[in-house]
Design a protein around this ligand. Structure first.
Ligand code: 2PG
Length: 249
């Protein structure tokens, strides 16, 4: 049996302001820092130990990971960063208020953009300053492949090969893995691991700062998955995430 832990970063400034974030590199809020710290404490209390961690190239995930490692007294742990774990690109929605967008385009359209499997948000136009092609962290990413927008399907298409070729060999070698990523990049992984049908993935929300444990069999099929926090806490946090796409009345 193998075990991995998935963790979405703590609350970011744009989570707090209810803005679409995607590849925008926004920081954690004070609450987000505290959520990360609490996640680390919870992992420590549960006796979770790691050999290797993976995260994105965005600071809200990297900082969350650092805080968790600090709480585990494991700041020495090897960490691999990859853009393939980044949040799904929200394209031209990046920076917009989610409730205002729902009021303008309708909640059904916003739900499709946020949670459907294959409906991408409108794409960023060439020359848009949100298209950070020259950012050195993306130097290994060919310009033509730099996402102008992404559906969950597109996010899976860039995350799953990394999972299969980089993360899986480490798990099979017996290393205990922690993955700190984002709401939609983790939805992509969870959909893949659990084989969630395309039409059901719309109901999947991942709360910030809550460790999600997967127990996997020898073929890395999930045997069990559970959040470390109690069910009531998780349900309330998931409902709050889902509610972010509603128009204010
Ligand atoms: O804005 C985003 O990038 C994501 C995660 O914060 O939001 P949503 O839950 O709407 O997909």
């Amino acid at each position: 049996m193998y075990k991995i832990v998935l963790l979405r970063h703590g609350e970011s400034t744009w989570n707090k302001e209810n803005r679409f974030t995607g590849w925008a590199d926004v920081d954690l809020t004070g609450k987000g820092v505290e959520e990360a710290r609490e996640a680390g404490r919870l992992l420590r209390r549960e006796g979770q130990v790691f050999d290797l961690a993976f995260t994105s190239v965005l600071k809200r995930a990297s900082k969350t990971l650092n805080i968790v490692l600090e709480e585990l007294d494991a700041l020495w742990l090897p960490v691999e960063h990859s853009w393939r774990l980044n949040e799904r690109s929200y394209g031209a929605l990046q920076g917009l208020d989610k409730a205002e967008t729902a009021a303008k385009f309708g909640e059904a359209q916003v739900l499709a953009w946020r949670r459907s499997y294959d409906v991408p948000p409108p794409a960023l136009a060439e020359g848009d300053e949100r298209l950070t092609l020259n950012d050195p962290r993306y130097a290994s990413l060919p310009r033509a492949q730099f996402p102008r927008t992404e559906s969950l399907k597109d996010t899976m298409a860039r995350f799953v090969p990394y999972w299969e070729t980089v993360i899986v060999p480490q798990i099979l070698a017996g290393r205990r893995i922690l993955i700190v990523a984002h709401g939609n990049s983790l939805r992509a992984l969870v959909k893949y691991l659990d084989g969630i049908p395309d039409e059901e993935v719309v109901g999947l929300d991942i709360p910030t700062g809550q460790p999600l444990v997967y127990e996997l069999d020898a073929s890395l099929r999930p045997i069990k998955r559970y959040y470390l926090a109690d069910e009531g806490t998780i349900r309330a946090a998931q409902a709050a995430v889902a509610g972010q796409g509603r128009a204010k009345v």
